[in-house]
Design a binder for this molecule. Structure first.
Ligand code: PMP
Length: 405
């Protein structure tokens, strides 16, 4: 089996499992208890906080552990709306391609009377900065734009968005769930005020993540309680947090190499799919993208049967967001990029991991040809016989077939 669904989740690293087991065995007491076992758990928490903060480039006091990015996103947006209402800042501005959990939150808030504005994206899937600028105003509480899109991997211009948001006195929240382990991330220099991350996208455990809150920013808690400096109640998930710290340490050790290797393999996969199959459309290829992500459409083929055939060929991938993979609804991301509803039901996302090898990519190309070639032939396309290629024979111009701007 070749697992190319790392944007959905990643396999926990051995170091992560080791530290989690250790925390369960040795630091299971409540970190709020004053006795010695409690203090041992408390010191594990302090150590983990320092390690995660170092990896993300923030101060320990700016980091609040949560149950994952979904909770962090809710905390940031609902908190900002509450915090800023007294200033007459009641509006939420978000991009049209946010994660489904955040889109659902915006829809619910809107139904409750919160004014919501959505920033469109261009054909490549990048937020339109001129449109964003036109949506700014003194009634905006918070602007929320993801660091990278989970379906296409397209990176969003956070520095420019921070300038726009701050220009009108609003806060900027970034859902950076897809950036961790796949891009260099430094909260201190990012210009972002609130940033959500999740451990399971970085070979850490599920059910744990963080919200980074810029120093000095008063954000009301979503969950009451004294933990996390009264910013997030609930007994801390010490094993999960220990695993998160181990995942950050592990990622930091090899990040530069991982990014370069994943980019080379992703580019090779893209070039090989374009070389060996007709009618392959690549999404977001003309703007900066995560190094591990390749989102494509195979002509008119609906993603559901393609996913089934790919799985039988040993290639595990997703159609857009894993969270909506069970449904057949068109991808809101591809729709926002200007695709038709039929095209928006045809996206297939390959997302590589740091352990993906060149052999995995060769096998994937062959598997995709075997699975998708006959389907394209049935749809009337001329499909050439499969010829494996070495890197040396790749056609440099192949990427030019990528979806036009
Ligand atoms: N935001 C983005 C961009 C994501 O990709 C995901 C995970 N699919 C989430 C938020 C939700 O993260 P979690 O599973 O930690 O709640």
């Amino acid at each position: 089996m070749i697992y190319l669904d790392h944007n959905a989740t990643t396999e926990p690293a051995l170091e992560v499992i080791g530290e989690m087991v250790d925390a369960l065995e040795r630091a299971w007491a409540n970190p709020s208890s004053m006795h010695a076992p409690g203090q041992a758990a408390r010191s594990l928490l302090a150590d983990a906080r320092a390690r995660v903060a170092r990896f993300l480039g923030c101060a320990g006091a700016e980091l609040v552990f949560t149950s994952g990015a979904t909770e962090s996103n809710h905390m940031a947006i609902e908190g900002a709306l509450k915090a800023r209402a007294a200033e007459g800042r009641t509006r939420l501005v978000l991009s049209a391609v946010e994660h489904p959990g955040l889109m659902a939150l915006a829809t619910r808030l809107e139904a409750q009377g919160v004014p919501v504005s959505r920033i469109p994206v261009d054909r490549q899937g990048r937020v339109d900065l001129a449109a964003a600028q036109a949506l700014m105003g003194t009634d905006v509480a918070i602007v929320s734009v993801m660091g990278a899109n989970n379906e296409t991997g397209v990176l969003m211009p956070l520095a420019e968005l921070a300038a726009l948001a701050h220009g009108c006195g609003a806060w900027l929240h970034a859902d950076a769930t897809q950036l961790v382990g796949k891009a260099r991330l430094n909260f201190a220099s990012s210009g972002v005020d609130l940033l959500s991350v999740s451990a399971h996208k970085l070979h850490g455990p599920k059910g744990v993540g963080a919200l980074l809150i810029r120093k000095g920013l008063a954000l009301p808690a979503l969950l009451g309680g004294r933990q996390e400096r009264q910013r997030r109640g609930g007994t801390e998930n010490t094993p999960g947090i220990a695993g998160f710290a181990a995942a950050c340490d592990r990622a930091a050790q090899t990040l530069d190499d991982d990014l370069a290797r994943m980019a080379a393999l992703r580019d090779r996969l893209q070039a090989e799919l374009l070389r060996t199959l007709p009618a392959v459309q690549v999404y977001g290829a003309q703007v900066p993208r995560l190094p591990n992500t390749l989102c494509v459409r195979f002509g008119p083929l609906h993603s559901d049967p393609v996913l089934g055939k790919l799985e039988r060929a040993g290639v595990m991938v997703s159609s857009g967001a894993a969270c909506t993979a069970a449904g057949t609804a068109p991808s809101h991301v591809l729709l926002a990029m200007g695709e038709t509803p039929e095209q928006a039901q045809s996206g297939i996302r390959f997302s590589l991991g740091r352990d993906t090898t060149a052999a995995d990519i060769e096998a994937t190309v062959a598997g995709v040809h075997r699975a998708v070639g006959p389907m394209l032939a049935d749809a009337g396309f001329t499909v050439p016989a499969f010829t494996p290629s070495s890197v040396a024979t790749l056609q440099p111009g192949a990427a030019a077939h990528a979806l036009a701007a």
